[in-house]
Design a protein around this ligand. Structure first.
Ligand SMILES: [Zn+2]
Length: 452
């Protein structure tokens, strides 16, 4: 049981709240309660967010691609290093990296992750003896860390818009629709050994990595689970798709697919006003990755237009160059302020920006992962995070300012405890498997770097 001096319930902050967890779900909530022997005592309890977009293996490249080379385009150093990593990355290394990433996410306050998983095969493209070998490695990392997992195997068939063949570094991603269906089926079989909150959806990588016929043929493989797709991340992608299909990527998806509430449009950065309104009204979640989008120079999302149209959104750490929930939240808002030369942008009407982005991302992230969470309420998964209100960055704040303090003034150091579907994985700010995971990571990343 969890006893919180304060807890943020759907109706607002409440004091002395005792939460009972059964079978991963919140089975009782008592307000004005007394702590009982054996309770985990925390300062303040919040619904924990889902991290809706991650490519775990890219964490191993963080800090290695931030130098400029004369005469090369800005994307070159990043892509070149990623492909050199992919020439060497082993299943064991994939698992160790994912374990570190999932641990860091939980220590940052994320209870679950949507792992957009696109490395499936051996270097050169040969299929592993078990077609879902690398999905299995992601599952093993999720199992070790206890994070809630929505696994999203990626359909990646082409190297660029207009059915270009896969280039060398992309051969590890490649499947046609039939082999992709077998891969997802094998991943679902493996997932049955994991906790019952595990989901397996699908992720057509992007329009440029598939084609219209294949995309429509792949959609039924989702079988009611989430569908994620990268879309409109960079202006060049929009131009390439327009030239090929005669429509901008979001425009094409709206006209040709059943895009709706079970879809997550990752990035959705470069949309017209009309696309913004219509995609928002479709019910699809915008999967925003503010730190990565800033790192890759993608540009800012149209937050005001999206919110005005009632759009749902969530937060993802994508390239995992930096895993920090507080920083992700403030980067989202600051990207809007810098563009608009304005303050307090990501809120409709009046109110707390921290609350609007935190609770908005809690709700949208849960929707995107097909996860019954995002609020501390009866019957929801016990995805909850505790923060320390005595921390110097929060101690002076009123209840209605706490989420502003979290989003704009605090670091992840204020996080003390985290539960993923009732699994108490972070205690006193540290993941319970931290030493083992860090040791595995050190060996792995050094081995990768030595081989480059
Ligand atoms: Zn991505």
């Amino acid at each position: 049981m969890i006893f919180a001096q304060r807890a943020l319930l759907p109706q607002g902050w409440a004091e002395n709240v005792r939460i009972t967890v059964a079978d991963g779900h919140i089975s009782a909530i008592s307000v004005g309660a007394k702590a009982q022997a054996g309770d985990v005592l925390v300062s303040a309890l919040l619904p924990a967010l889902a991290n809706l977009h991650s490519h775990a293996f890219q964490r191993a490249m963080a800090g290695m691609t931030e130098h400029r080379i004369a005469g090369r385009d800005s994307f070159w150093t990043w892509r070149d290093l990623m492909y050199r990593f992919l020439d060497r990355l082993t299943p064991e290394q994939m698992q160790a990296i994912a374990a570190l990433v999932f641990m860091e996410m939980q220590e940052a306050g994320y209870a679950s992750v949507g792992e957009f998983h696109y490395v499936h095969h051996q270097p050169g493209g040969a299929v592993y003896a078990d077609i879902a070998e690398l999905s299995g490695r992601i599952f093993a990392a999720a199992d070790l860390t206890g994070i809630g997992l929505t696994h999203l195997p990626v359909l990646y068939s082409y190297g660029g818009a207009g059915e270009q063949p896969l280039a060398a570094g992309q051969l590890r991603f490649g499947n046609d629709v039939d082999r992709f269906a077998r891969l997802v089926e094998a991943a679902r079989a493996l997932a049955r050994a994991l906790p019952s909150d595990t989901r397996v959806g699908i992720a057509p990588h992007s329009l440029r990595a598939t084609n219209p016929g294949d995309l429509l043929r792949a959609l039924p493989i989702a079988a009611g689970n989430p569908v994620h797709i990268h879309v409109a991340e960079q202006p060049k992608e929009v131009a390439d798709i327009s030239a090929w299909l005669g429509a901008r990527p979001v425009e094409w998806l709206l006209a040709n697919t059943p895009i709706g509430a079970d879809w997550c449009a990752i990035h959705a950065t470069h949309m017209t006003e009309d696309e913004t309104v219509r995609l928002a009204q479709s019910g699809a979640v915008a999967g925003l990755c503010p730190i990565t989008e800033a790192n890759l120079g993608d540009g800012p999302f149209n937050g005001p237009g999206w919110l005005a149209a009632g759009g749902a959104f969530g937060i993802g750490s994508d390239s995992n160059v930096r895993i920090s929930l507080t920083e992700e939240l403030r980067t989202l808002e600051y990207s809007q302020r810098l563009r608009d030369i304005a303050r307090n942008v990501m809120v409709v009407g009046e109110g707390s920006v921290g609350q609007a982005i935190y609770l908005g991302a809690a709700k949208g992230g849960a929707q995107a992962l097909g996860r019954k969470s995002g609020a501390i309420a009866l019957g929801m998964l016990a995805d909850v995070v505790a923060i320390d209100l005595s921390h110097p960055s929060l101690c002076a704040l009123r209840n209605d300012q706490i989420l502003d303090g979290l989003a704009f003034a605090a670091s992840d150091a204020v996080i003390t405890d985290l539960w993923s579907a009732g699994r108490h994985q972070v205690r006193g700010g540290r993941h319970i498997q931290r030493d083992q995971i860090i040791a595995g990571w050190r060996v792995t990343v050094q081995g990768l770097v030595d081989a480059l």
